[in-house]
Ligand binder design. Structure first.
Ligand code: MN
Length: 194
């Protein structure tokens, strides 16, 4: 059977300070994300899902299995979007698509943050593309993932309080606004070109 493992982050636990603090990395990636992966491995054991790619598990499961598979995938995707001292801009085809579909990079960021702030309770805000390369901002509760809507995820911000409470307490909007400073747009651009 497949056993999903947790990849080591390509940066140290203090590398994203002050946008995301050491304790948040230790709890959020070290404990929350770890638990979703452990739960996923336990839930697929001896089921039709045990040899599936995780993307297929996400597309074809419900309930606890969907929640843990999607949360495992979402968190790895989220944490592998960051690098220290970034805060740049998209380039190339992704930059062109953002300008075409949202007017400008600034307009895109504003709409993305607003969509994240508006979601009630826990969930995610996403930038994805469809089969025609058009960009979409979506949000969804709990373990939502645009793979279930036939979209290709490019970027996500975690809206669960565990993502920001240690550093920002209840200030979700401020947290989302600060995250741009650690987004590695070369990674997001590769996801779009891929
Ligand atoms: Mn989270």
């Amino acid at each position: 059977m497949t056993t999903y493992t947790q990849p080591h982050l390509p940066y140290s636990t203090d590398a994203l300070e002050p946008v995301i603090g050491v304790s948040t990395i230790e709890y959020h990636y070290g404990k929350h994300t770890r638990a979703y992966i452990d739960n996923l491995n336990n839930l697929i054991k001896d089921t039709e899902f045990e040899n599936m790619d995780i993307e297929d598990v996400i597309k074809h499961s419900q309930g606890a299995l969907f929640n843990n598979a999607s949360q495992a995938w979402n968190h790895i995707f989220y944490f592998f979007s960051f690098a220290p001292d970034c805060g740049g801009k998209p380039e190339g085809e992704l930059a062109d698509a953002i300008n075409r579909d949202f007017g400008s990079f600034e307009e895109f960021k504003k709409l993305f943050e607003e969509t994240g702030v508006r979601l009630f309770g826990s969930g995610w805000v996403w930038l994805s593309c469809d089969d025609y390369g058009r960009l979409h901002i979506t949000s969804g509760s709990n373990a939502a993932n645009p793979l279930t809507q036939g979209l290709t995820p490019l970027l996500c911000f975690d809206l669960w309080e565990h993502a920001y409470y240690l550093d920002y307490q209840n200030r979700r909007a401020e947290h989302l606004h600060r995250l741009w400073d650690i987004i590695d747009w070369s990674i997001i651009g590769e996801r779009y070109d891929g």
